[in-house]
Ligand binder design. Sequence first.
Ligand code: URP
Ligand code: ZN
Ligand code: ZN
Length: 469
Amino acid sequence: MSVLIKGGRILTASDDYVADIYVEDETITLIGESLDQQADKLIDATGKYVLPGCVDPHTHLDMPFGGTVTIDDVESGQTAAAFGGTTTHIDFVIQPQGATFTEALDEWRAKADGKQVIDMGYHMAVTDLKEGGTLEELAQLPDEGVTSYKLFMAYKGALMVDDETLFRTMEVASRTRALVMVHAENGDVIDVLVRQALEAGNTDPLYHALTRPPEAEGEATNRAIQLAHLADAPLYVVHVTCREAVEPIALAREKGWDVWGETCTQYLFNSLDDIAKPDFEGAKYVYSPPVRDKANWDVLWNAVRTDVLSAISTDHCAFLWDGQKTLGRDDFSKIPNGAPGLENRLQMIHEFGVRAGRITLNRMVELLATNPAKLFGLYPHKGTVAVGSDADLVVFDQEKRVTITAANQHSKSDYNLFEGIEVTGSPEVVLLRGHVLVENDELVAKPGIGRYVARARFGEELRPARVTA
Ligand code: URP
Ligand code: ZN
Ligand code: ZN
């Protein structure tokens, strides 16, 4: 199968130029002016942007969590991703208590089997080094292409690990050059605050935010940074929301430490006003860390502009409002934590980042594609437009006007965090390894086309010999 894309404005993290792209056997083989190769498929991209398929390094599909299971499985979640211009994502395998890492990975891969619409990799969320996985087994995961370990410093009684588990995992990562990822909130302190709020009769969704203060995020972020430095492990702080967490990351990076961070689309747009909405609507905005006050929006935009934060993910963890979020109608601590977002990241960051003059087009590509690909061992197959790279491409119509609404989304969730927002600019054609996934607002490809990608270790590039199945 060959594809010729004519006349697009090609955007990478560093370049911006008009050229044609020729694709053969899933790979970009030529980029140049006036290419006249015969192709099975011709795409006219004149006047449109052509950017690398976006990479989302933080999603949760088909995940048991909060007494229920996320509403999006691999097929619906990845379909939403494809419509939004994301062609690769990295999901979290959650180690069940008492299970080995191999058992957990096998279970997650079986859940994805035959359903994959885009390419994907896995992080391993370590929950138990005592009864379940061993340090030796953890050290072998990078050989399977699982080159990042995730630790939850919150969700006491469920996913939270103690500092011993955190530090021992960091020591393994230092040896294997896996990237350590942390959900940085102080779970012990939050647990006290939640109990105090409930004892005082404060059960509304707003108390989810009020019992998870910025200080709890700042403390855990700083603790993780110091411990990772002690263990000599590279660290990536997920879903950073506030000044208290941005500052220690900025300081560590100034010192040249291997510390990285991301924020998520929702932390740039949603606020305490949303979670305070009446009639339990605030439950739609219950995720962790929580929405913050609006003063943090500028803090986060500055951090992504200046590379204190190096990526924007979605943390897509979708639930129904009606039937799942409502589990916590009388007790905010029973509301499943998480929200949908996979489909709208590119539209939202283009609108409120690029069109609003906060970041450049190149920086948008870097935040949504190139940096996630580099940090998580997918580059240069993913995350750029170059000869030899996978032909994961988005033809983006920067003039198309779209109103974001749950009624038109591909996630199975019954709401959208950005309901009613109008954006100008949306993906028009999305290709995965040269196969058209989305065209004319239709899913063209069939589930099963996506593959598992075995990722390279931190700081290494993915070589052609990667294992895909
Ligand atoms: O509330 C959230 N973020 N749910 C997903 C799990 C996590 O903490 O990332
Ligand atoms: Zn988290
Ligand atoms: Zn998450």
